[in-house]
Design a protein. Structure first.
Length: 323
């Protein structure tokens, strides 16, 4: 009998050791120069929230082609605190404040930099949990491969291709992922990630359409954790209205994000893949060298973490100064 008990203890111990942890001047800007508020993505939604640098909010302004500014965006989620049917639902709130800039290098190259500060909270039955700190810094470059001659065509086209890096400047805590469905409840991913992107701008008269795609290649961090690669896409339609001193640009669009499965210690983690499709509505207002923008994203269809996590909405606000 003692031998059987000893054998059982050994088998249970081996199972525990082998089991991976759960993953958890506006007047000087021509219509053709405008960099639309695109649906790009970070990248940095990383399974929803953690190092959000843009979500599907975009990396550019509709009224300031080259600028420096401050942007704030908020993401609201509801997720299961665990993988079981009787696990409680909890509210999660992700707050990101960014210093962002888009700087020209010559006539065809633009550099984009994003410096985020994260402040995230989730509400358990026993009380709230909060994490905050510097997030993952993102640096990107785009090159104009095709552009119509300005002011000489009725239909203006511009195509840009680019890429960049997301640096592991934000803290990643593996303990925070234990027992939680939302593996994005982190200040950073802890990994060096690679970004590929493409943008097409089309404009005619006062109307414009911007379409973007972005792919994020994730690497494993020092804690043996790897977020799944992420594909993002979106398109924004806008109309420009001008008065003597002000410019108003209402916009309407769609955006989507697709997440691959996360890995830990070489093992796939369940309930970590997913996809979501958003509608987007917003407006940007400009005067002289300043512009103010706000947009809201509402989910149309979503399947996050096998239905164990739900995105409620996203809100973005930005204030920029034209260079």
């Amino acid at each position: 009998m003692k031998n059987k008990i000893l054998l059982l203890v050994i088998l249970v111990g081996q199972h525990i050791i082998a089991t991976p942890l759960p993953k958890n001047k506006i007047s000087q800007f021509t219509f053709q120069k405008m960099q639309l508020e695109a649906s790009m993505m970070e990248e940095d939604c990383d399974a929803c929230g953690c190092s959000a640098a843009g979500g599907s909010m975009g990396f550019s302004s509709m009224l300031n082609n080259n600028f420096v500014g401050v942007r704030y965006f908020y993401q609201s989620y509801t997720s299961r605190d665990g993988d079981f049917n009787n696990s409680p639902w909890i509210d999660e709130n992700f707050h990101t404040t960014q210093i962002w800039a888009r700087i020209p290098i010559g006539s065809k190259i633009q550099l984009t930099a994003l410096l985020p500060y994260q402040d995230h909270t989730r509400q358990y039955a026993a009380g709230p949990e909060n994490i905050s700190g510097l997030g993952d810094v993102t640096i990107m470059a785009t090159y104009t491969v095709l552009e119509s001659i300005k002011d000489s065509v009725v239909l203006y086209n511009r195509v840009q291709l680019g890429g960049g890096f997301k640096l592991p400047t934000g803290k990643f805590d593996a303990i925070s992922n234990t027992g939680s469905v939302n593996q994005g409840f982190q200040v950073g991913t802890g990994s060096l990630d690679y970004l590929l992107l493409a943008e097409h701008q089309l404009s005619w008269g006062k109307w414009g359409l911007n379409t973007m795609i972005n792919y994020n290649i994730k690497s494993e961090n020092k804690k043996d954790y790897k977020y799944g690669n992420q594909f993002n896409y979106g398109s924004t339609l806008f109309y420009m209205l001008k008065s003597d001193r002000m410019t108003y640009v209402p916009q309407l669009g769609i955006a989507g994000e697709v997440y691959k499965t996360n890995w830990q210690r070489g093992q796939k983690l369940p309930n970590t893949a997913g996809d979501i499709f958003f509608s987007k509505i917003g407006v940007e207002i400009g005067r002289d060298k300043f512009s103010f923008g706000v947009n809201v994203m509402l989910p149309i269809n979503q399947n996050l973490a096998s239905g164990l996590m739900k995105s409620n909405y996203r809100l973005g606000v930005n204030l920029n100064y034209s260079l």
